[in-house]
Design a protein. Sequence first.
Length: 359
Amino acid sequence: MTLHDFYVIRLFAISFFSAIFSFFLARFLIPFLVKIKFWKKRAREETLTGERAEVFFQLHSQREVSVPRGGGLIIWFSVTIIIFLFFFLSFLPSSWWLHKANFLSRSQTWLPLFALIVGSVVGLIDDIVNVFLVDKKGGLSFRSKFFIVFLIGLVGGLWLYYKLGWSKINIPLIFNFPQGTSFDLGVFYIPLFILVMLACWSGGVVDGLDGLAGGIFASIFAALSVISFFEGKLDLASFSAALVGTLFSFLWFNIPPAKFYMGETGVLGLSATMATIAFLTDSVAVLPIIAFPMVLEVGTIILQLLSKKIRKKKIWLSTPIHNHLEAIGWKSYQITMRFWVLSVICAILGVAIKLMTLR
């Protein structure tokens, strides 16, 4: 068996092991979340602008106060346990394959692991506030979460620019087809990292229907894993594959009718990790394609707000767009499955464009 073959096997083995571990973890987590009644005690009634969210309340009020949040715990907890498990196993004597199985590395996985853990812990705090402090509307304030995501982005940008010496961004298909052109941003690489981090966080609105967020995130991280592998960033590819495995287990319990919701502890951590891996693989330019369903969701919210501000009327019955589709009669599972299809197509397209730059 060649070393290349070993790394291919490692990729799938880590994903499989992550899926199995998180599956059994979920079997313990779900009863615990139900026991402590880890769900909202009051459904969201207001929009971002303070108006009453009539359509959303009619569609989701019952499920919002009966299905536990915090399902994202199995994702980041499993990946954290597994990456450190393989790290410690690599110190066993006479174990070449265990040494090579370790995928914790300073240049590739320290930063995304930091983003995953910090983002997820902050998200968990937000979920706890949302669930148990009934008088505190919406968990942590928007300003608090914005500031924390900003700090994660600042740390990531500083790490890549000063520690790793990165400052270039490749734009595929521009000027030099198909490889594209690289632009040296210098110190402006740092604010770009922060901006992308905030943009990915805003895409967390996809966590609105059973199975929706899990399927979209799985497609995105599968795409990033493929890109990482072909770029020779094998530890990062394994890290992304571990996330895919845990997301599949999450989906097992999150498909309609959901046993739990991802919650901010999943969405915030995964969003921060997605942005980080996009920079580590120089895939920022194709990330809007790979994550197009998230772009679509956020885009409809922005357009709705602008329309109400300028035209004094709404474009859609409710935003993000999956709420509008549900309001006009689409079944929730139809929306979820069609978004999955769209997500897979966009992920494949984004990977294809990115791989052309590696020729």
